[in-house]
Design a protein around this ligand. Structure first.
Ligand code: MSP
Length: 527
């Protein structure tokens, strides 16, 4: 496999504060979908996720539970990996910042920064938000409160080490000028560029003395390396940077895509590139920024009684319905909203009505009209066929472009347009009339095209919805690898003929009772 055919994709490493909600599941699902797409396109794709286990907040959570921080993070690490298994996330590695392979390299990186004069010792005074573990300057505060979480901040002063951000300011600006697409979407880039980069960078405090759950500065042990320097470097330590075995690092770095939520762009769009510049390493190719999964009454929080966990949705509605909802709900870097009504509506209309109907009608008709044998490719194409094929070919190009840009929600929208077009094709051609009138050739032609559309749709949605895709392939009795490859969606193969589709397929999605399910979800949210 050639060098350019690799794709390294990362999620943020999550804080192990408690159970993961659907917001965390969203990011990981998105990353996994993009990984599966790249794999389908022949890339050696590598997905990293993990946990950001150090810091005051984690230490406090552990104490409140009567546990040591290590016991606490071990528990959450198990839970997280269990969830990713349930969600069939195919991460290639799971990095935990308490692992030696990480801590040792962070120590080395810190030493290197000291030696190069990038880090110096000073005194820090500022407004500190304990839950966010971040200091703010007075101008960054919003109404005197934390600009990220809105909570109270305290004025604090401590001896600390600083990273000389100013030294790299010019280079960072030049980088943004040369790479205007580095942050996607552009409005998120403008936010950090105009609000944080242009006004001038502040040096970043990279150690703390106020807690000890973290990686100690080797030469000055009362200082603990502050979480962001510790956390951001996970993307390279996990690959073996500065370790004895750098094979994966040499192969996968720089990252092709780093997915982050809107609240952590500043760290990934400013500090991370600068750390990399200071290490003389290439920068990631793209930062994809997404919004948040919100609830009607704002952020999800246990105290508000509005949290929904992925396991609840998966158990009741299946993995793919859960993933589909999440992937569709967040559009263009903006927030999305989870409501029981919205979930049930999407399920019934897009999964049951649109996709489910296309599958059921197609399979039902082929069973009824041709004893389940898929007819072969027609010799002559009608105008309607030509029009349908042209429509689909065009849509395939758009889907590819959107997936290449990692815009999964747009790709799904386009795939669903194909589904609607195919359902309309059934209504336009009225196969039941042709059957009555014994117009067998025409009927064969239509059935062939319907199976073809379904086959293509099934291939295209597989990165996002593997279980459903495999189920449809099974119902269509398509097992031949050649007929399932991404490349094959650009063809109209003859080899479909004589496949016997299964006689009575299980419906892929069963219609939900609207009121019952809304009640169920509301109860779950209050638990
Ligand atoms: N540990 C840091 C990241 C370090 S990366 C080097 C962190 N952790 S976090 O657990 O608080 O958040 C992890 C990610 O989850 C962030 O990208 C954040 O935006 C995302 N989300 C947290 N709540 C979310 C929603 N409700 N919806 C979507 N994403 C959400 O920050």
């Amino acid at each position: 496999m050639s060098e350019s055919k690799k794709f390294y994709i990362t999620t943020p490493i999550y804080y192990p504060s408690g159970r993961f909600h659907i917001g965390t599941a969203y990011t990981t699902t998105l990353a996994n979908t993009i990984k599966k797409y790249r794999q389908a396109r022949g890339y050696d794709s590598y997905l990293l996720t993990g946990l950001d286990e150090h810091g005051q907040k984690i230490q406090e959570v552990a104490i409140s539970k009567g546990k040591t921080p290590q016991e606490h993070v071990d528990e959450i690490a198990e839970m997280a990996q269990e969830l990713w298994k349930t969600m069939k996330i195919e991460n290639d590695d799971f990095i935990r910042t308490t692992e030696e392979r990480h801590t040792k390299v962070v120590e080395k990186i810190f030493t290197k920064f000291m030696e190069n004069g990038d880090i110096y010792k000073g005194e820090y005074e500022g407004w500190y938000c304990t839950p966010c573990e971040t200091y703010f300057t007075p101008t960054q505060l919003v109404d005197g409160k934390c600009p990220d979480c809105g909570r109270e901040v305290k004025k604090m002063k401590e001896e600390a080490y600083f990273f000389n951000m100013k030294k790299y300011e010019k280079r960072l600006i030049e980088f943004y000028e040369k790479n205007p697409d580095f942050i996607d979407p552009i409005f998120r880039k403008n936010e950090i560029f105009n609000n944080f980069i242009k006004p001038g960078l502040e040096d970043l405090c990279v150690t703390r003395t106020s807690f000890d759950w973290g990686i100690k500065v080797k030469s000055d042990e009362k200082h603990v390396i502050y979480v962001w320097l510790d956390a951001l470097t996970n993307y390279i330590t996990a690959l073996g940077y500065m370790s004895d075995d750098k094979t994966r690092f040499n192969k996968y770095w720089p990252a092709d895509l780093q997915i982050v939520g809107k609240d952590i762009i500043r760290f990934h769009g400013i500090y991370w590139p600068i750390f990399l510049m200071a290490l003389d390493l290439p920068l990631p190719k793209k930062l994809l920024v997404h919004g948040w999964v919100m609830m009607k009454d704002g952020k999800m929080s246990k105290s508000k009684g509005n949290v929904i966990y992925p396991e609840t949705l998966i158990e009741r509605y299946g993995l793919d319905a859960t993933k589909y909802f999440l992937l569709k709900e967040l559009v263009g870097g903006q927030d999305g909203v989870f409501t029981p009504e919205g979930f049930v509506e999407r399920f019934n209309s897009e999964l049951c009505n649109d996709l489910g109907n296309l599958v059921n009608r197609t399979i039902g008709m082929i069973n009824k009209y041709f004893d389940g044998i898929i007819p072969s490719k027609p010799k002559k194409l009608t105008n309607l066929d030509n029009e349908l094929e042209a429509f689909i070919n065009k849509k395939i190009e758009v889907v590819e472009k959107e997936m290449d840009d990692s815009h999964v929600v747009n790709a799904l929208d386009e795939i669903w347009k194909i589904i609607s077009r195919a359902n309309k094709y059934i209504d336009e051609t009225m196969p039941w009339v042709l059957y009555k009138e014994k117009k067998t050739e025409e009927l064969e032609d239509i059935m062939y095209h319907l199976v073809e559309v379904l086959r293509k749709v099934t291939i295209m949605m597989r990165p996002a919805m593997e279980e459903t895709s495999d189920n449809i392939f099974k119902q269509l009795s398509i097992s031949d690898f050649e007929l399932k490859t991404w490349e094959s969606i650009k063809e109209y193969p003859e080899i479909l003929k004589n496949l016997k589709i299964i006689e009575k397929g299980e419906p892929i999605f069963v219609r939900l009772d609207v009121n019952e399910e809304i009640e169920f979800l509301k109860r779950e949210m209050k638990k």
